[in-house]
Ligand binder design. Structure first.
Ligand code: DC
Length: 220
């Protein structure tokens, strides 16, 4: 039996991967997998200081975590041990915890296996940092979205403002730059485009243009 179709979207923090993955999953009528949410919810479940744990303790704690997907398109839901993960993981602080535990080999091995299992069950638009390079090297189509730190910080600033949440542009820029640095320079599965990925610089593109570029890439 052939394996389900996988499309990967990788890229740095705040580049719009989730928005595009949802839209593309809607257009293709398949589920999307937000692997950043898997790292975030794992980090959130383990708690603040987990990145300091030795490997045996980490392996033991990870053994209690289970992920499941339900639904399709933008209505896809990720649950951890039956709990639907929500907005509590969407803070820059939990993003940093996620980036911290994401440098640890036991965490990467555990989530890679969980992602591969989900990809064997469902056709997916999978978004993250290492989807095209490490987790799904044989994906049908691979994309890498990029944009300058300034542009990404401004987008997140506008989003937070729109939601009526407090936002400080220079703090956001510093947090994104710090996370970028850690995600790009870690020893295991660093953020980088796969050799066969279509690279889209979204800095000067509207959401509509980025989406069109993805659809063109799928057809092409
Ligand atoms: O995409 P995001 O900002 O929600 O991801 C949060 C962190 O999780 C990110 O800074 C690094 C880590 N991550 C990863 O290492 N590999 C992935 N495939 C997805 C996320």
């Amino acid at each position: 039996m052939s394996s389900p179709m996988i499309v990967t979207i990788d890229g740095p923090a705040g580049v719009g991967k989730s928005t595009m993955a949802k839209k593309l999953a809607d257009a293709l009528g398949i589920a999307y997998l937000d692997t950043g949410a898997m790292f975030r919810s794992t980090a959130w479940r383990l708690g603040e200081g987990a990145w300091k744990w030795e490997a045996p303790r980490m392996v033991e704690e990870l053994g209690w975590i289970n992920f499941a997907l339900s639904g399709s398109g933008s209505d896809t839901r990720l649950s951890l041990n039956g709990y639907m993960v929500g907005d509590e993981i969407r803070t820059e602080q939990v993003g940093m915890w996620a980036s911290n535990v994401a440098t640890m080999p036991p965490v990467r091995a555990f989530l890679k296996e969980a992602q591969i299992k989900l990809g064997a069950m469902y056709p997916l638009v999978a978004e993250g940092r290492d989807m095209g390079t490490v987790v799904f090297p044989n994906a049908e189509r691979k994309f890498f979205l990029d944009a300058s730190v300034d542009v990404r910080a401004k987008r997140r600033f506008d989003q937070l403002k729109e939601m009526g949440k407090p936002a400080n542009l220079s703090e956001l820029k510093a947090a994104i730059a710090k996370r970028d640095d850690q995600d790009r320079n870690r020893a295991v599965a660093p953020l980088r485009p796969a050799d066969d990925a279509v690279i889209i610089d979204t800095s000067d593109l509207s959401k509509e243009h980025v989406f069109k570029a993805l659809l063109d890439g799928i057809k092409g």
